[in-house]
Design a protein around this ligand. Structure first.
Ligand SMILES: O=C(O)CCC(=O)C(=O)O
Ligand SMILES: [Fe+2]
Length: 348
């Protein structure tokens, strides 16, 4: 163990042991940590962690109140500042659990640990799970509800624009969602003793359609643009919009009830590969809200986008199975989506 002071974070029988309590707990209970514990060291080329290129990211108006965004950041910060025992009430390795506190990627899998703690829970349709959300801090539920409702509305507006850009009717993507599924992942990245030897979150693309992400004033998000990692700097009052795998693949038909003609762009929109780097000085918080179809939906390319002669690039899959596979994997990048592409077939 390379700790200057304190105990090894993972030396008990459960394999991961204390580290399950999170990196914040590790930092709080290890005064003067100057060396990164070996479990967190990733095989990285340090110079690749610093992005050099600058890419202009378009900024559009979103209409979400800045005061509500600030309140949301505050209650999320409040949650991570609760005692480890309180947060551990929500610890779960089951990626389908509606509320989960955890650390790294998925600690049930052997992998080099990542320098982040997270709280994930379902949002829209909010009534299904509201009663399960953390009741502490005391305003968490009411603030998160208002925020997630606003963000759902924004996601629907963006879906309309994407539908039109694909030459589909404005409601096309929205209808394909059925009742829809919204998941909020709040990430907490404490200061790290050797930030260039690890990551907050390894490269991945999100499984949903549209992710709307808010970050505090500490930079760390990077996107892969033409093979280079580009930093997405914090701009006060803005939200970052990412395209996820669902929009890349397209068409959705509800497994139960009325068949919808579904969505997915058959590769016309690419999901964006992104990751989070950490720093030595300040805690970074990001709140990523993903929007996808209802769990039982089957995802496959939108039929209007696939004529008889064109290739369907993706094998149909039930959304919840895709989500489970993507979330359980400690392998990152866009590999879960690539697995869907290996069965390339002619669409009939
Ligand atoms: O922290 C970030 O900026 C990225 C978070 C993220 O990619 C995620 O939660 O899926
Ligand atoms: Fe992400």
């Amino acid at each position: 163990m390379d700790l200057i002071a304190g105990k090894s974070p993972s030396n008990d029988d459960s394999g991961r042991g204390e580290c399950r309590k999170g990196v914040k707990y590790l930092v709080d209970t290890t005064p003067c940590m100057r060396v990164l514990p070996a479990e967190y060291v990733l095989p990285l080329q340090p110079e690749k962690l610093i992005s050099s290129s600058r890419v202009a990211i378009p900024i559009i108006n979103h209409g979400v109140k800045v005061s509500l965004m600030e309140e949301m950041l505050k209650v999320v910060d409040g949650f991570f500042n609760l005692a480890a025992e309180e947060k551990m009430k929500y610890a779960s390795e089951d990626v389908m659990n509606p509320v989960r506190y955890g650390t790294s990627l998925n600690t049930s899998q052997r992998h080099a640990l990542h320098w982040r703690d997270y709280l994930r829970h379902f949002g829209h349709p909010i009534d299904n799970t509201f009663h399960l959300w953390p009741p502490n801090p005391s305003t968490y539920r009411v603030v998160a509800k208002e925020y997630l409702e606003e963000i759902w509305g924004l996601a629907i507006r963006i879906s309309g624009a994407i539908s039109e850009a694909l030459g589909l009717e404005r409601e096309y993507v929205e209808k394909s969602l059925g009742k829809g599924c919204q998941i909020v992942a709040s990430n907490y990245y404490p200061p790290c003793p050797e930030p260039h030897r690890t990551l907050g979150l390894a490269a991945h693309s999100d499984h949903g359609g549209i992710t709307i992400l808010m970050q505090n004033e500490v930079d760390g998000l990077q996107v892969n643009h033409q093979g280079e990692w580009v930093a997405v700097h914090h701009v006060p009052g803005t939200l970052v919009v990412n395209i996820g795998d669902y929009i890349e693949t397209v068409r959705l038909s509800a497994a139960v009830g009325e068949r919808s003609d579904g969505i997915l762009s058959n590769g016309k929109y690419k999901s964006v590969e992104h990751r989070a780097v950490v720093n030595a000085e300040r805690t970074r918080i990001s709140i990523a809200v993903g929007h996808g179809p209802e769990m039982t939906a089957t995802v496959a390319p939108a039929s209007p986008l696939v004529d008889e002669k064109s290739l369907v690039k993706y094998r149909p899959i039930m959304y919840k199975d895709y989500m489970r596979a993507q979330q359980s994997s400690a392998v990152r990048g866009k590999s879960p989506l690539q697995a869907l592409m290996t069965n390339t077939t002619i669409f009939k």
